[in-house]
Every structure is written in structure tokens, then in C-alpha cells.
Design a protein around this ligand. Structure first.
Ligand code: NDP
Length: 472
């Protein structure tokens, strides 16, 4: 710690906070810490800190007194009301020029509101998306900062040191004003939902369709992870299939209840995509499937009365495995395409000025959606900064096209076996819709005009037209 006080303060010693503090301290920065429940601070200081330059504050005034001025304080508390509660308590203790950084998964509209409020009190505010979970926070997350540019410049050395590094580049960059950082983090999580759903659909096809066991699945996903599907989520999927339950000796995956939980960030992505009128159907399907997984008891009853085809696959198994790999890779490309198209629209609508090449660059390491594919995505935006959709990048478009037939086959296989694969199916329809110069929306316009006199445009003349449909 310098004579003037700690370099930075952190409030919230939960999973993320504890680990991020240790990460900062390991890079030589002095950190003051505070947690609402003082026993947690005590436990952290006694059992985890060791000789690192970390100072505890057992109440907020003590914590504030430990900080160098102008102060920089990271909040890593539960998202929502707790952030406002902490800000209310902090406010009387702060002085103009201090910087607050909200590192949680706050909704971007809350970040805008808080930024405006704090600016009115001459306080700097940043919304900082942090991805990578516990291990990322500890050893190098992907950091998605937005908000005060001056604030960012002040903490830049700390963020760059703490972030994951890929090929000598830190996975952090200033993304834009106001809630740009939290918005990018939200879409990151939306893409994460989509990718997870696609992977679990291949698992279901393998398990219920091909009858493969976890021991047979592990080497498949492990091989995929060493090929073009190389990614954190495929890597951990392979590892999950190898884990045996300590209590029963059975594969642990077979003992886990099939009800998925969510904290809401995927749903927020879908909501805002609908608000901005950008289609993100793979992400939407992922959110819907988490919800449907929650109806376990209802599904059990329905399974007894609603019959479907036999899920057992009887065709060429090796061929099916290869097709599944290609279908998954193509769908992953399309999921990133949807998320990045949303970011493009959000940037224009909310004035973030996002550099999508930089977004792809900082997602290459530390975060949950890191994948070899992000190098190609980065190159795509490097070649054309205003690329409207990744599918229009010559290289990625070709990667998708060369696998489209396999995606189609896998979707047909799922439908024939009666196995739900809405992520893969929605992805295929997204692709087919995107490449259709003509869609049947002319009939929707006719229907709208029929029942609501909403008018329609014509192909052969400009202007708005209305028809009295019943009289024709
Ligand atoms: P934890 O549940 O582990 O910890 C929550 C922290 O918030 C605790 O320090 C808790 O204090 C504090 N807190 C809760 N309510 C209040 C309140 N009203 N006033 C003051 N402090 C409060 O959360 P995480 O560390 O997992 O998450 C922190 C943030 O980071 C969240 O926004 C989360 O969404 C986000 N995040 C989490 C990731 C993860 O993998 N866990 C990944 C990326 C982002 P106390 O000990 O007193 O209860």
C-alpha cells in the first residue's frame, strides 16, 4: 500500500469479489475491501489473503478511509437493489471526482440511471461486465468496461493487469459511454445461453437418439474441442462426462436433476433484441428451453399421455456424429452472428460507438464464450468494420454453407426421432430466412390490412395502400 492509501477498493466479498481482489493484489495493486457481513471479511483476511497488500474495512467509513484519493471503488454485490443500497450508503462518504465501478451483472438501463444520478454529484461511474466465473475473476477474466472514459483511463493499468491475456493482448478495452460495457456483457451472456443450448441438444441426440453413455460422449466432445469447435464450453462438456459421483460411483451427469436455472441475462438479451427488432432466435430458444425444463412434474405427466416417435436412431452412427459436429459449428457461427448483429443495432440506437472487432478480441480469452472461432470473427470485423451479419463475411459464410446440409440433416433427424432441438431448428430457420430474398410477410401485411386497415406497401408502386377486402 502506498503512503496515501490503497490503489482501489472493492465492496462485496462473494465468489467474484474475493477472487478479483486476490487477482488485483497478485498484480501488485493494493486493495481495500469491505463486505456487508463482517465475518466474511474476517474469514477472507484470515484464510485467503496471506502477505498480499489487502486492507480490511469493517464498516464503510473505515473502508473509505483506507483509499487513496480520488477514490476508485469496485462493487461486486448481487445485481439489482443491492447495488442501489450500497450506493445510498456510500454516497455521503464520497467526494467529487471519486469513481464507482459496478462489476456485477446489472441491467443496462439501471447502469444508465445510476450513471446519470452519480454524474449529478460529480462522481464518475463505470459499468464493468466481468466474465469467466470464479476462475476467471481469480486468474484473468474478460473485462467489458463502459461509462466514464476518464475513470477508465485511471484504472486502466489495473484492469489490463487483471484481465486474461491472449497472444500478449489483454482481454479488456474501453467499449463506450454509459451502459456500453454492461450491454456487451448482457449479449455475451445471451450468446452463452445459445451456445449451451446447442451443445445440450447434441447431447440429447447422442444420449436418447444414439444411446451413447457419458463414457462414450467424453471422447467425442474432447475430440471436437481439439478441432474447429475448440471452446471453453465444449471443453468443460467433455470434462463433465468423465466425472463420477463420489457417493454412487455412477457418472455424475446422470444424477443431476434436469431443471435449468437462470439469473435473467439471457432473457434480457432476448427482450432487448425484440425491442430493437433484431432477431436472435437461437438465444430465444435457449431461454424458452430453460423455462420448459422447469416444468419437470408437468413433463413427467405429459410423457405418459402424449406419445411420439421412438427416439432410437437406427442409421449410420459415425456419420451422425460427424454431422452433429458440423451442425453444432454452423449453429455456433449463427449464434455469434445474432449476438453481434444485436450489438451493432444497439450501438447505433444507444450511441455506444462499439468497435465489434474489439468486442471479438476481448471475448477470445477469460470469458465463458471464448472459442477459437472468435479469431475468425475478429478478422471478419477487421476486414469490414460495418459488417451487418457474420454470415455475410466470405470466410464465415462459407464455413456455414459447407455445413448447412449437415445442419439440415440433424434437424430432420431430431424431428423424426421426436427429440426437441429448438436451438438447432431456430438456427436453420434463421439462416433460411436471412438468405430469402422473398418471405411470406406480404400475407401478414394483407391480413393486417384486412382486419385493422393498417395499410401495405406495393412492389409496383410507392406509397401506402388500403383495400376493402370483403367487398372485392
Ligand atoms: P455472491 O452471491 O457470491 O455474493 C454476493 C455479494 O453481494 C456478497 O458479498 C453479499 O454480501 C453482497 N450483497 C448482497 N446483497 C447486498 C446488500 N443489500 N448490501 C450489501 N451487500 C450485499 O455473488 P457473486 O460474487 O457470484 O456475484 C456478484 C456479481 O457478479 C453479481 O452481479 C453477479 O451476477 C456477477 N457475476 C457473477 C458471476 C459468477 O460466476 N458468480 C460471473 C459474472 C458476474 P453478504 O456477504 O453480506 O451477503
Amino acid at each position: 500500500m502506498s503512503q496515501q492509501g490503497c490503489d482501489i477498493g472493492l465492496i462485496g466479498l462473494g465468489t467474484m469479489g474475493r477472487n478479483f481482489v486476490l487477482n488485483l493484489a497478485d498484480h501488485g495493486f493494493s486493495v481495500a475491501v469491505y463486505n456487508r457481513t463482517a465475518e466474511k471479511t474476517k474469514d477472507f483476511m484470515e484464510n485467503e489473503v496471506g502477505p498480499r497488500p489487502i486492507q480490511p474495512g469493517y464498516d464503510l467509513p473505515e473502508f473509505i478511509g483506507l483509499l487513496r484519493r480520488p477514490r476508485a471503488i469496485i462493487l461486486l454485490v448481487a445485481a439489482g437493489e443491492p447495488v442501489d443500497a450500497v450506493l445510498r450508503e456510500l454516497l455521503p462518504l464520497l467526494t467529487p471526482g471519486d469513481l464507482i465501478i459496478d462489476g456485477g451483472n446489472s441491467h443496462f438501463t439501471d447502469t444508465n440511471r445510476r450513471g446519470r444520478f452519480l454524474a449529478g454529484r460529480q462522481l464518475d461511474f463505470m459499468g464493468l461486465g466481468i466474465s469467466g466465473g470464479e476462475a476467471g475473476a481469480r486468474h484473468g477474466p474478460s473485462l467489458m468496461p463502459g461509462g466514464s472514459r476518464e475513470g477508465y483511463d485511471r484504472v486502466l493499468p489495473m484492469l489490463e493487469a487483471a484481465a486474461a491475456q491472449v497472444k500478449g493482448e489483454p482481454c479488456v478495452t474501453y467499449l463506450g459511454p454509459r451502459s456500453a460495457g454492461h450491454y456487451v456483457k448482457m449479449v455475451h451472456n445471451g450468446i452463452e445461453y445459445g451456445l449451451m443450448e446447442l451443445i445440450v441438444e447434441t447431447y440429447d441426440l447422442f444420449k436418447r437418439g444414439l444411446g451413447l453413455t457419458p463414457a462414450e460422449l467424453a471422447p467425442i466432445y474432447d475430440r471436437w474441442n481439439r478441432e474447429e469447435l475448440n471452446s471453453f464450453l465444449v471443453e468443460i462438456t467433455a470434462k463433465i462426462f468423465t466425472r463420477q459421483d463420489d457417493r454412487t460411483g455412477r457418472p455424475l451427469i446422470d444424477l443431476i436433476l434436469d431443471k435449468a436455472k437462470q439469473k435473467g441475462t439471457g432473457m434480457w438479451t432476448s427482450w432487448d433484441a425484440m425491442d430493437l427488432q433484431v432477431g436472435t432466435p437461437t438465444i430465444d430458444a435457449a431461454v424458452v428451453m430453460r423455462e420448459m425444463s422447469g416444468f419437470k412434474e408437468e413433463r413427467q405427466i405429459a410423457s405418459l399421455v402424449l406419445a411420439g416417435p421412438s427416439p432410437a436412431f437406427t442409421g449410420d452412427r459415425e456419420g451422425a456424429i460427424d454431422r452433429m459436429k458440423n451442425a453444432l459449428y454452423a449453429s455456433m457461427i449463427a449464434t455469434y452472428a445474432q449476438g453481434l448483429a444485436l450489438l451493432r443495432k444497439a450501438s447505433a440506437t444507444y450511441g455506444y460507438g462499439l468497435d465489434l472487432e474489439a468486442v471479438a478480441r476481448i471475448w477470445r480469452g477469460g470469458c465463458i464464450i471464448r472459442a477459437a472461432l472468435l479469431e475468425d470473427i475478429r478478422t471478419a470485423f477487421k476486414n469490414k468494420a460495418d459488417l451487418p451479419n457474420l454470415l455475410l463475411d466470405p470466410r464465415l459464410g462459407q464455413e456455414f454453407l459447407s455445413r448447412a446440409a449437415d445442419l439440415r440433416e440433424v434437424v430432420q433427424m431430431a424431428a423424426a426421432l421426436g427429440l426437441p432441438a429448438p436451438g438447432l431448428m431456430a438456427t436453420l430457420s434463421y439462416f433460411d430466412a436471412y438468405r430469402s430474398a422473398e418471405l411470406p410477410a406480404n400475407l401478414i401485411q394483407a391480413q393486417r390490412d384486412f382486419f385493422g386497415a393498417h395499410t401495405y406497401e406495393r412492389l409496383d408502386a410507392p406509397g401506402a395502400f388500403h383495400t376493402e377486402w370483403e367487398e372485392e
